[in-house]
Design a protein around this ligand. Sequence first.
Ligand SMILES: Nc1nc2c(ncn2[C@@H]2O[C@H](COP(=O)(O)OP(=O)(O)O)[C@@H](O)[C@H]2O)c(=O)[nH]1
Ligand SMILES: [Mg+2]
Ligand SMILES: [Zn+2]
Length: 216
Amino acid sequence: MAILVVTLASPRTSLGFIDRFLVTAEAYDVPAVLVFNKLDLFSKEGLEILQDFKDIYENIGYATYEVSALKGINIPVIQELITDKITLISGHSGVGKSSLINALLPDRDLRTGEVSDWSDKGQHTTTFAEMFELPQGGFIVDSPGIRELGVIDIEKEELGHFFREIFKTSHDCRFNNCRHINEPGCAVIEAVNEGNIAVSRYESYLSIYHNNDTRH
Ligand SMILES: Nc1nc2c(ncn2[C@@H]2O[C@H](COP(=O)(O)OP(=O)(O)O)[C@@H](O)[C@H]2O)c(=O)[nH]1
Ligand SMILES: [Mg+2]
Ligand SMILES: [Zn+2]
């Protein structure tokens, strides 16, 4: 399983980044879930944006969770989720991956991005992947922060397979080789216009499609 740790601020995780991560996970058949961290920092507006993000992904079948690694909010739910699995913890630098692992494994003391008051050694951060065994069964892998995520090894014609809702809807396109860009009778474009597919998801599809990240 892959957990993408997402924060809406400091640092901000974009919808495009989430979508590239999910496409990659789909392509390699790795179940992925979204964990929104730093819940303790969310303002009222932040909580509304969180709900919008959750709606987009839950509507297409991704489980989402919100936690505070720092305050220990909703950690037992994640504890249960990862039991007996091998789980990669991923996300931008500073979203709280190491803090989340510390909360899940209280006996460990991973280095987090915080500069401690009593030393001036500067920032300690994860520079390589580390795997930890869970007392309840399973393993978790801490990883260095991803700055940008290119989507590789996906043929353009296959890209739509890795957006769950686009794949499902594409069965109703007039042409079975529809690229969902400007073809007549495209059910995907129709679903976007009707609000049944999130505009942000469709934009991510177009952006990956037109990017050199994908092979021709
Ligand atoms: N307020 C708040 N800060 C957090 C939370 N989780 C992590 N942080 C802080 O965010 C910074 C980066 O955390 P770290 O675990 O090193 O992130 P990583 O780079 O993803 O491993 C540190 O200063 C943490 O203390 C949280 O739930 N709430
Ligand atoms: Mg880290
Ligand atoms: Zn189409």
